[in-house]
Design a binder for this molecule. Structure first.
Ligand code: FES
Ligand SMILES: [Fe+2]
Length: 413
């Protein structure tokens, strides 16, 4: 059959069924995007940062979820707490720096307090209002400190020390329940001893956040990754399975990576994470777009912040063991960067792929089918993990992924 005319191009290819593709408007439609922020991102747990980024009492880190500014702080009791980074007075963003400490005073801030620079209201590390400038003069008895604490957010430290926050006070599940067992495969490796972030960068990428999650969730695209082909693509690689979990999460099972098959690389067995077999590689793909990737000696996390239908901010972290000696840490950093750094052999290839997709799925692009139809008994090049994700996406959104202007129903396979 030659290339296809417009009518043929719009037909269902082959015998694929509706659950085996999605409509590209789920990646490009502004109304769907806004709905995702409301129905998904304002409801779920988000790993906003890692506890090692708040090393001492008064350390803070700012972030955002679904456009709402967030601040996490470590209290004098060592507890990590999360708040909206919004002043209850006139709505100013309280802290504008990405990270730092409230321990020392600043020109517009008292020591040991979060101070809103606009009119100087102060808050303690528990989010209580500690001082209203000229309070009684202006408000008399009508408004006191206890009426204007910060908006507290539910927060848990879980799974290797990540700080999970949700905007949803009514969230029904703990982080552990939400994960539904998908961290079990790496739990011992990341929870035996404290971890520490040694690498952070963020990138704003011209694509939809789900396309980034797809590339973390399907391995058929290892054809693009020369390094992965050379160090994998053996019988053990093809025996890996994609394992679906409740809530739309997926694991990609492990195998032994043959690092020494790649010119200039060597085995990473010496610095394996605790209780983790040498050179193993597990992935945890967490709905709606977070990824945890343990390649034996280095742990990477991706956290997505959707900015627009065709724009996503991705925060990349690399983690090692807090107990690393300086020499061990240097080796871990090298292991991390040679795969996932700017001159590494993997990350930028994924970014090229998803920006290529992003450029064909702009608002107004003709809707087209994006195929997730590989069925191989859930082995590594099966796309069952991606189908599982979109089935859950459809339920949250009450939209049919293959025809998003229709209501959700279980897709025929
Ligand atoms: S807006 Fe924060 S003190 Fe006025
Ligand atoms: Fe990839």
């Amino acid at each position: 059959m030659p290339a296809r005319n417009h009518t043929q191009w719009k037909e269902v290819p082959g015998q694929l069924k509706p659950g085996q593709w999605v409509d590209s408007r789920i990646y490009s439609d502004p109304d769907i995007f806004e709905e995702e922020l409301e129905k998904i991102f304002k409801k779920v747990w988000v790993p906003v940062c890692h506890e090692s980024e708040l090393p001492e009492p008064y350390s803070f880190r700012t972030s955002s979820i679904a456009r709402e500014p967030i601040i996490v702080v470590r209290g004098t009791d060592n507890q990590v707490r999360a708040f909206l980074n919004v002043c209850p007075h006139r709505g100013m963003m309280i802290e504008r720096q990405p990270a730092g400490s409230f321990l020392e005073g600043r020109p517009s801030g008292n020591p040991k307090h979060m101070t809103c620079m606009f009119h100087g209201w102060q808050f303690d590390m528990k989010g209580n209002c500690a001082f209203i400038t000229r309070g009684e003069d202006g408000y008399q008895e009508r408004l006191k400190k206890e009426h204007v604490g910060l908006r507290r957010l539910r927060c848990e430290v879980k799974f290797g020390g990540f700080i999970w926050v949700t905007l949803n006070d009514q969230v029904e599940q703990t982080v552990e329940e939400w994960a539904a067992g998908c961290f079990d495969c790496i739990k011992d490796a990341i929870d035996t001893e404290p971890l520490e972030v040694f690498h952070y960068h963020k990138a704003i990428i011209g694509t939809n956040y789900k396309l980034w999650h797809d590339t973390n969730s399907e391995f058929y695209h290892d054809y693009m990754h020369y390094h992965n082909r050379v160090t994998g693509f053996n019988d053990e690689y093809f025996a890996r399975k994609n394992v679906p979990f409740d809530n739309g999460h997926v694991n990609v099972n492990s195998f032994e990576v043959k690092y020494d098959e790649y010119d200039g690389f060597e085995s990473r067995s010496e610095l394996s994470f605790p209780k983790f077999p040498p050179n193993q590689w597990y992935m945890v793909d967490l709905f709606p777009g977070m990824n945890f990737n343990l390649r034996g000696s280095a742990f990477r996390s991706d956290v997505v912040t959707p900015l627009a239908p065709d724009k996503v901010m991705i925060e990349f972290r690399g983690l090692g063991l807090k107990s690393d000696t300086p020499e061990e840490r240097m080796i871990r950093i090298e292991h991390h960067n040679t795969i996932w750094g700017p001159f590494g052999r993997n990350l930028h290839e994924d970014l090229i792929a998803v920006t290529g997709q992003g450029s064909t799925m702009k608002t107004g692009s003709e809707p087209r089918r994006i195929l997730h139809g590989r069925v191989e008994d859930e082995y590594i090049h099966d796309e069952n993990g991606v189908r599982h994700f979109y089935d859950h996406w459809g339920k949250w959104m009450n939209r049919l992924p293959s025809d998003p202007m229709k209501e959700y129903m279980v897709a025929a396979e």
